[in-house]
Design a binder for this molecule. Sequence first.
Ligand code: URA
Length: 186
Amino acid sequence: MLQWEELHRVCMDCTKCALCETRNNVVFGVGNRQTDILFVGEGPGEQEDLKGEPFVGPAGKLLDDMLSIIDLDRNKCYIANIVKCRPPKNRDPLETEQDACIDYLRNQVALIKPKIIVCLGRIAATRLIRPDFRITREHGTWTERGGIWFTATYHPSALLRDVSKRPDAFDDLMAIREKIRSLSME
Ligand code: URA
């Protein structure tokens, strides 16, 4: 396991998959490294690739709103992605790209030691919770593994596309706030 500084340096120079050829920036992650709660998206989009920071585009604005509903902001939690470089045209990251990148996220989890990991959307949920996780049916459910509570909610991009999912996402956020309280993280 690498410490933050070295992990960041290695990640910035990564050439483990072909996404390195088309990226502008590696999107390492942002937020509070001493937090108890980690949010994981799928991979950087155009704005994130240009800025080197996760969730800074339209979906990021919505994520900030979602965080504020449960009294969080970027300084109180950590935000990362399954893959750290932008898949061309925002396609889903390939299994091979996820495999190449996942150890960076594992290392971040080992350093942060969160009590809660919130998967944002299907890609993060199938990678971190269960390969056959069904976001529509199973969002808002909780699984404990290795002392960490995992849950998933809709990806903010999905909530921008389909506002009818928002009440369900709101319920998921309420459950996350309740879990934060019950784990005495406030
Ligand atoms: N979508 C993601 O999954 N992650 C980002 O960082 C931005 C958009």
